[in-house]
Design a protein around this ligand. Structure first.
Ligand code: UDX
Length: 431
């Protein structure tokens, strides 16, 4: 099937590559000419494992081409995926201006009978109905609308694309539902077929619930510290209950990324605008907001003042296997350390370039983790990169200075071994 994918960010790139690799004829479109030029030279700016190869292969087989918006005179693709960004704006909530602009552009260009507009961008519940009323119901605009939320996790996006737990399709147009369902027919996953608003709500409810689990386990970790219980065992002990499950119960400095922070705030915002008091979500957000401060307090418990203390920060991305630093707790922690007058050196396998532009100019960066810890009084692990877990911590100890503090922001290190080496180790709710 001929498909256009508009917006080649973290989601759109995976959607375009995924659909092309399944044999569809895909045109990837973006407003950023540099991005289009790079993609045409098989250079994929996004560091998503496997994405570069998949795009090169799909382009090579002729299933995937890239166009800048200015090069598109008309749209004849029967299916158009919209994957543009919907950032959260303070006081304005979920900003859907890029979605509206894209739809206006589509309406000007479309030259095909009853095309199907598939919304992949995360839009707050009620947006789709507004789009249908305000943009698609005017005379002669025979464009069908489908809400098809994505649940891709960065770092595992290609796996998630091929192995979703479910495919959600929200529309009031039976033919559109049939057509879009057929696109996913090769993927083994149950369908959830519903209306547009319910499909939008599923996306927000899923992300808000996962964020709730994280804030919940972070509060339990705080209790474990006060009552001397072991959070790892608590998480396992509760997670083995089939009704709970083991995932998203890892305590630490909290969630970051381009989705959980934005989606929880956007959901909270539409509740406020509708006079709804979503107290639990309120608490989830405020708990998450304080996790970075508790990491700083753990440092201070041991070092006292952080003024001129040499602190190594390992990790800048919001999670491993990505260069994405959007809402990364690491950046918040570095800013807090900077305010305390600490002497900061940071390292990340992929994300230094993206982070440096958002941090004070006198933060130092190294190209190796062992260089970052050299002569440091303390090491903060803020992203659970495999590289940090497997690092030679005996060598780290030999390079560091007294009092050899390790704050494990992701509860990912072997604290028994580190304590044997003579580190002062502190995690979140760990023994
Ligand atoms: C998330 C959702 O999982 C995905 O379905 C949605 O489409 C986009 O948002 P993503 O943000 O890429 O995906 O990463 P995820 O792996 O879910 O982690 C989000 C944040 O939560 C990260 O900062 C991670 O460190 C943190 N996290 C995750 C925890 O703190 N504890 C956990 O147990 C799990």
């Amino acid at each position: 099937m001929k498909i256009m994918v508009i917006g080649l960010g973290y989601v759109g790139s995976v959607v375009a590559a995924g659909l092309a690799s399944e044999g569809n004829q895909v045109t990837g479109v973006d407003i950023d000419l540099d991005k289009i030029k790079s993609l045409r030279e098989n250079i994929v700016m996004i560091k998503e494992p496997g994405l570069q190869d998949m795009i090169v292969q799909a382009s090579g087989s002729g299933n995937l081409v890239f166009s800048h918006t200015s090069e598109i005179d008309f749209i004849r693709d029967p299916v158009i995926f919209v994957c543009v960004d919907t950032p959260y704006l303070q006081n304005a909530g979920c900003d859907v201006s890029q979605v509206y602009n894209t739809i206006e552009w589509i309406k000007q260009k479309v030259e095909v009978q009853q095309p199907i507009l598939v919304m992949k961008s995360t839009v707050v519940p009620g947006t789709g109905e507004k789009i249908i009323q305000n943009y698609l119901c005017t005379e002669g605009d025979g464009i069908s609308y489908v809400m098809n939320p994505e649940f891709l996790r960065e770092g595992q996006a290609l796996w998630d694309w091929a192995h979703p737990d479910r495919t959600v399709i929200g529309s009031n147009d039976e033919n559109a539902i049939k057509t879009i369902s057929s696109l996913y027919s090769k993927i083994e996953a149950p369908f959830v077929i519903t209306d547009v608003t319910t499909a939008e709500m599923i996306k927000y409810a899923a992300n808000a619930y996962l964020a709730t689990r994280i804030s919940f386990i972070n509060e339990i970790a705080m209790l474990c510290e006060r009552f001397n219980a072991d959070i790892d065992i608590v998480a396992r002990g509760m997670g083995l209950d089939q009704r709970i499950g083991l995932s998203y119960l890892r305590a630490g400095i909290g969630y970051g990324g381009s989705c959980f922070p934005k989606d929880t705030r956007a959901l909270h915002d539409i509740c406020n605008r509708n006079g709804i008091d979503f107290e639990l979500l309120d608490a989830v957000i405020s708990i998450n907001n304080k996790q970075c401060n508790s990491a700083i307090n753990k440092l201070k418990d041991k070092l006292g003042s952080l003024q001129r203390r040499r602190i190594a920060v390992l990790g800048l991305s919001f999670k491993p296997d990505t260069d994405d630093v959007r809402e990364s707790p690491a950046l918040k922690i570095i800013r807090l350390l900077y305010e305390e007058g600490a002497d900061i050196t940071a390292y990340d396998p992929l994300a230094i370039e993206n982070a440096a532009g958002q941090l004070p100019a006198d933060i130092k960066y190294t190209d190796k983790a062992l260089n970052a810890v050299d002569n440091a009084h303390a090491v903060l692990v803020v992203t659970a990169w495999r590289e940090f877990v497997d690092m030679d911590w005996a060598t780290v100890k030999s390079l560091m200075s007294d009092p050899y503090v390790v704050i494990d922001g992701r509860n990912c290190l072997d604290y028994t071994y580190l304590r044997k080496l003579g580190f002062y180790y502190s995690g979140f709710g760990r023994k």
